[in-house]
Design a binder for this molecule. Sequence first.
Ligand SMILES: [Zn+2]
Length: 60
Amino acid sequence: MAMDPVCYGEVDEENATHRVNYQGQEFYFCTASCRKKFEEKPEKYAKLATKFPIDPHMSC
Ligand SMILES: [Zn+2]
């Protein structure tokens, strides 16, 4: 599951229809309105997304 950086909801990457590639990173959104908010201020939401703890199994 990916995290929607706008509403913090979980998004299934495989079925996600709303996605944005920002600075080489893929972001997924539950709705078009979440995607729109991200597109208006991508730097703000991308920063928030990185604040979340990373799954220890995902890091090296
Ligand atoms: Zn959302």
